[in-house]
Design a protein around this ligand. Sequence first.
Ligand code: BES
Ligand code: MN
Ligand code: ZN
Length: 495
Amino acid sequence: MDFIVKSGHPEKQRSACVVVGISKNRRLSSAAERLDEASDGYISNLLRRGDLDGDVEQTLLLHNVENTLCDRVLLVGCGRDRDLDERQFHKINSAAVKALQSCGATEAVSYLTELNVKGRDSYWKVRQTIETAQSVAYRFSDYKTSNGQPKRPLRKLILTVPGRRDLAMGEQAVSDGIAIANGVELAKNLGNHPANVCTPSYLEQEAIALAKRHRNLTVEVLNEDKMAKLGMGALLSVSRGSNEPAKLIVFQYKGKKKEAPHVLVGKGVTFDTGGISIKPAAAMDEMKYDMCGAASVLGTISAVADMKLPVNLIGIIPAVENMPSGSASKPGDIVTSMSGQTIEILNTDAEGRLILCDALSYAERFEPISVIDIATLTGACLVALGHHISAVISNNSTLTNELMHASKISNDKIWELPMNEDYNEQLNSPFADMANIGGRTAGTITAACFLSRFTKKMRWAHLDIAGTAWVGGHHKGATGRPVPLLTQYIMDRCE
Ligand code: BES
Ligand code: MN
Ligand code: ZN
């Protein structure tokens, strides 16, 4: 979808559709007010008749409203003004885009950006509207023989800012919004491809394709031989059971001359059967999403490169497939990680930490300012936080606060879980330096404790996105999270 900003009066917009808000109890927004005046009270008459009350997500489509230059006017219910927060604003914009997708207008001018959202400015409203619109319009139809797209889809959304003085700010919000929305879409696409297509080698090809699109972005891919030479025994143990070769994909984005980089490390298990500790059959198809951490790294790098941010960023993606076979790891096997620490593999389904630990050791060579790993790591995270909030665990409270701040701005939610020596001891093994599981309780925390043993020398944070990276059920699909959070975190580092 294309997005641009404009200022000006609603009755003067020569457009297929003008979108304006109506609050609870038929209160007209100022754009609705202007259209009402132009048309001699046509809109307020309709509202008095009871056609629309202004509840959130209600819509009403009007045609040929007198003394306006547009073909249609879409009234969108906005709920109570005093309840208008990020969540409500998202619902309002979603309802508007859904209605536009089915009304035949391929282009529209939205005045919903004039609504007062608690604590948010015009820049935020414009950017968020773009992220919402592109997300609502998204369809993954690569494998549908008859395509699932709307017949006359919305192609262009024009967003309004109060006056000409605000146009520069609006244009910045549009270009940032588009970069983030495209990063989210890239992450969704990668996540949604089935695992017979999206293999470690597929991720490698996608990484190379992304790097080709940007002048200051390069990618290097290490094969299994190279990884063996580096001593990545933990990572390689996971892919031993698979016919697909493992890949270590390393992006380097250079937006600044001399400065240490930030590093993102994304779990790229393209399918997680559990290995010999095999998973139950129910919903196992969802384990194609076990590379969504990797997808979020690609999405964020794409957004950062599109914005040409003055920052240095490394993206590391350990990509493997976790399969059972005659050559797969067995419970009780002991492997040596790149750090030299030995690991007793008590459960081959706790594979994410095994590939991440070697990728994190590899990150040390970049002497980064910060390292963040992103992983669909534990089912326990779903139990703790459900589908709405990602978990963050870090060895540095400043870094946690920086992520919290980025979370507030991007509206991509995270919540901190604790970590200490009591939990860490749950990983002790009588035979190796550690076990790869920490018992029945606090699974999300003990998984982070495991990773913390490989990040002692760095400012590190871990994001468990097991609950937030995709939705299941009827509307199943990848969400593209936490691309908005990570992109905002990198944007904040450029001040
Ligand atoms: N990829 C899974 C985590 C997961 C499970 C994400 C369900 C989303 C939904 C991970 O590799 C895994 O299997 N973790 C195990 C760890 C356990 C064996 C300690 C889990 O959470 O059950
Ligand atoms: Mn697993
Ligand atoms: Zn997994």
